[in-house]
Design a protein around this ligand. Sequence first.
Ligand code: NDP
Length: 385
Amino acid sequence: MARTLTLLGATGSIGASTLDLLRRNRADWQVEALTANCSAIELASLAREFGAKAAVVGDESCLPELREALAGTDIKAAGGEQALCEAAARPVDITVAAIVGCAGLAPTMAAVETGGTVALANKEALVSAGDILKSAVERAGATLLPTDSEHNAIFQCLAGNDITQVRRILLTASGGPFRTLDAEALESVTREQALKHPNWDMGAKITIDSATMMNKGLEFIEAHHLFPVSLENIEIVVHPQSIVHSMVEYHDRSVLAQLGPSDMRVPIASCLAYPQRMETALQPLDLAAIGTLTFEAPNETLFPATRICREAIEMGGGAPAILNAANEFAVAAFLDGRIGFLQITKLVEQTLDRLSAQAPGSLEEVLAIDAEARAKARELLETHR
Ligand code: NDP
């Protein structure tokens, strides 16, 4: 029997990889709902192709375009944040949570509250609201499958082992496109250079996060929430080839690693088929052709984002939500040409220095901290121009 699936963020990079896997195994899947923010034409075309029951745009002003593009079908079109949550709350076998940013938090929470299985790519949701999301998972009896390649690798390395026997988690990082530059060169890198990741083809926000190493910092926080290992036992190691997706070291000093091509279809497939495995159209890993795998320590002097993230999660309270919101604001400002590359991380750190918040107790409180942090980052950017 076909399994039912909802894809939040269908028009993005993770969305495209997920749909590619479905396309090759059409008979196995029934698509319930597909969502986007405002890419209405693309969303409608995907909804038609996959025979989705509903298509939803987060930005309500894009609903008329979606309605028009779906005319003559019985696909239900809807728009707005509430409609996204309603789509996410439809009962399905699996929801892929792949909206970018804190905008994905409420729909992800709605999916979790159905008690189903959620393949989580939307790391910002976990960074901003880790404890709240985890409590909701527990309350609803939901299953959270880590889709981020590193966390999926760790999840695979933990399978069949006892978490209490883990000594360290080794989170690998490509180091991004600017790994070998010095401070002077980093000062003048452009948006176009930052958008060219050496190994992965991803959406704009995560590509910039990879260049600043903020992505690895966010993943450090994500790992802390997903796996019950203390912060001192999560280490970041730079691995420029992105073949080893992360590792787990046990008390006996055995280190288990998960390897694979740098293609998100691998971890997504592992979530879609979990606990089984499914075929993918990917080429096998040719280690002889790759030849060399290298590892080095991260340079936190040039790329302080991982230190800032570690400090934010140690600080606790609302700090991770402030960090995430300030970073989303700063990345958007960099992409709009309003700030330089090095200012991204500086603006995040300044926002964290100026703002503090108690640990949020609800989704609404997280969103209030998020809004306050964006306003503070905007104020700092305007006063420091
Ligand atoms: P993209 O920018 O490619 O896609 C984002 C998706 O979210 C699009 O469908 C977009 O719709 C939708 N969206 C954006 N803003 C909103 C909003 N305010 N409300 C509702 N929907 C919205 O991102 P990625 O696919 O690269 O990343 C998605 C998530 O997965 C991120 O959290 C990222 O960190 C994580 N991730 C991504 C990886 C990758 O390889 N890409 C790897 C590991 C994790 P529209 O097209 O209309 O804008």
